[in-house]
Ligand binder design. Structure first.
Ligand SMILES: Cc1cc2nc3c(=O)[nH]c(=O)nc-3n(C[C@H](O)[C@H](O)[C@H](O)COP(=O)(O)OP(=O)(O)OC[C@H]3O[C@@H](n4cnc5c(N)ncnc54)[C@H](O)[C@@H]3O)c2cc1C
Ligand code: SF4
Length: 329
């Protein structure tokens, strides 16, 4: 690991000032992703601003009836919070499908949104990777691309976003609150992560001098009809090959609202709102679920080693919707 300097911020303004004042500075929260990347020299910030002592570590009700998750709340405290378990069980299930208990005790909600891809070549400095070194090429396109994207990829990068939590947040239409030198702003979750396009080095639309202060959940939590399915190589401690967060609002067996977010398949949690709308005012049955799954995977494009993901996604969407249509707390 290369030498770096360190400072600790006790509030948001100090954190933003510190990251702006130092060249090539990064915030550090739980450190579970950042430090791994520093140890293998994939990233090498010159200064770290420790934000773990900032008091954004609580979960509170919002005025509109939703819930505000402070950016420094740990993934474990979020998943086991009584209000999350009761009102947003989809989020609790998705978080608990990720990583390990030890990691979830350390990892923060803000950090989870900003974790980097698990593309093997991104971590291997001997290979070409436009995300690690813009302009160097993409070893995955003609390489071993089993983990890689089937939606929204570009000729410059076919990586996927690895988070489970973010798939649930995408389905719930969360909003990300951020603060920078010019003040605060709200980023709708669907605009937070980016597709790779011709700038795969940028994972999100967060500026480098901005800090995430909270993630806000809207009032609607779909606590009656939800599911999170994660397909992976091992039963635990593995990233998703394909995951599905599905939520339904059902009245008299007629669907009134539906959300389907996919993980492990694109550079961001993947939603197709046009396909979701096919379910509205229709009965909650397998025929309708198969039609929407077919509409979603119609846009998929595979590479040499990940063709299996298309059929896996199609079947997982149907299964998730079947389960969601039957869940009650
Ligand atoms: C072995 C292993 C297995 C894992 N398995 C899974 C899994 O199955 N599913 C899953 O979803 N995740 C998994 N993870 C990832 C884990 O969830 C993330 O590493 C964690 O959520 C990151 O949070 P952190 O607080 O440790 O972030 P850090 O490592 O501290 O930071 C990550 C990035 O976010 C930035 N950052 C952190 N907080 C803020 C903030 N408030 N504002 C602005 N920038 C910020 C940092 O500068 C850094 O760039 C795994 C990790 C490991 C090591
Ligand atoms: S897929 Fe993206 S992260 Fe992986 S090697 Fe290509 S450019 Fe790098």
């Amino acid at each position: 690991m290369r030498p770096f300097s360190y400072s600790r911020a006790e509030d948001i303004d100090t954190a933003v000032n510190e990251v702006t004042a130092h060249e090539d500075a990064r915030f550090i929260a739980g450190g579970t992703n950042l430090l791994d990347l520093m140890k293998i020299d994939v990233i090498h910030p010159q200064h770290l601003v420790d934000i773990t002592h900032i008091a954004h570590d609580t979960i509170e009700n919002t005025e509109d009836g939703g819930l505000r998750l402070g950016a420094l709340v740990t993934n474990a405290d979020t998943a086991y919070h009584p209000e999350v378990e009761k009102r947003y069980p989809l989020l609790a299930h998705a978080i608990l499908a990720g990583a390990s208990p030890q990691l979830r005790n350390k990892a923060t909600d803000g950090g989870n949104l900003l974790q980097r891809t698990r593309c093997y070549y991104f971590y291997d400095k001997t290979t070409a990777c436009n995300k690690r070194e813009p302009g160097s090429g993409c070893a995955a396109i003609d390489g071993y691309n089993r983990l890689h994207a089937i939606f929204g990829a570009s000729e410059h990068c076919i990586a996927t976003h690895p988070s489970d939590m973010c798939v649930a947040l995408a389905a719930l239409d969360a909003r990300v609150q951020v603060t920078g030198p010019d003040g605060s702003r709200t980023i709708p979750f669907e605009d937070f992560h980016r597709l790779p396009g011709d700038t795969p080095e940028k994972d999100t639309n967060l500026r480098e001098d901005e800090i995430i202060t909270s993630v806000d959940l809207p009032p609607k939590g779909f606590a009656d009809h939800y599911t999170y399915i994660k397909n992976r190589d091992r039963a635990s401690y593995a990233f998703a090959l394909v995951s599905v967060a599905a939520t339904l609002e059902i009245e008299d067996n007629v669907i009134k609202d539906a959300r389907i977010a996919l993980g492990g398949v694109a550079h961001k949690p993947w939603r197709n709102k046009e396909a979701e709308s096919l379910l509205i005012d229709k009965p909650a049955d397998r025929d309708g679920f198969q039609a929407v799954a077919a509409a979603i995977v119609k846009e998929a494009k595979s590479f040499r080693y990940n063709e299996f993901k298309i059929e896996l996604a199609r079947r997982s969407i149907v299964r998730a919707l079947m389960e969601a249509s039957q869940t009650y707390q």
